[in-house]
Design a protein around this ligand. Sequence first.
Ligand code: SAM
Length: 258
Amino acid sequence: MEIIKSVNRSLGLSQDNIFRKLFRIINYSLELLLVRLYHKSSSRSGNIVDQFHSLYYCSPEKTWNNTRWMGRRTMRCPLDLWVYQEILYELKPDIVIETGTNEGGGAHFLASIMDVIGKGKVIGVDIEELANRADHERITYIKGSSIDHNIIKKVSEMIESDHVVLVILDSDHNMPHVLEEMKIYSEFVTKGSYMIVEDSNVNGHPVMPNWGLGPFEAIQEFLSKNDLFEVDKSREKFYMSFNPNGYLKRTHRITSAR
Ligand SMILES: C[S@@+](CC[C@H](N)C(=O)[O-])C[C@H]1O[C@@H](n2cnc3c(N)ncnc32)[C@H](O)[C@@H]1O
């Protein structure tokens, strides 16, 4: 049971959709096995960056499932974490909202950079409350689903009108959930700041081609109906990012939104 829960958490799956979840876990395991057996990229791409991305992604026990900040696991690509650091320094946000905190390694990373900058708080939302979660005075954890009305209310009560707000979405990586999160949390993002959508690399962008509609497709759908944000490709400057098209900069402000 613990193993299933752990795989669940690692893949960013919610508690429902048991069949889809099972399919993805089996599919994921098979892909890992194949890559190991044949020592080749799962992306079938001739592009060296995509090949490295696949190699990196398909070796989780060495890479993203074994990346730690101050002893706490964060399932993130270190190249993206460096970009986070640059964004934090540039924006000096008052609030970073992170949906999907897991062990809190990512939230702790943000809090540590904020310590150096001397400003900022992290609001972490997760359906689970892990016993080994990172504690830090700048982090407030809220337990519940990121799209639950009461949770959104709690988050909004922590934000003041003059706050600079950055949003990171890293919870359930199915398209409907991510799209819903994007619609809700985009409202909090201040002009010039970002909504970062994590793990848009799945469903063949370039890894896990059989994942199904995920964050990448949610971003496409969101942008087709929203012109307040644009993709900032300059944040993918280190070639490999787990978040292709996932650094969305808020370029406009409307009077009814923050
Ligand atoms: C990929 S992990 C997050 C990794 C984390 N950000 C880090 O830096 O290591 C995904 C997390 O999303 C959580 N999650 C899944 N569905 C959720 C939902 N509807 N609302 C909030 N969190 C959710 C899971 O419990 C899991 O801890």
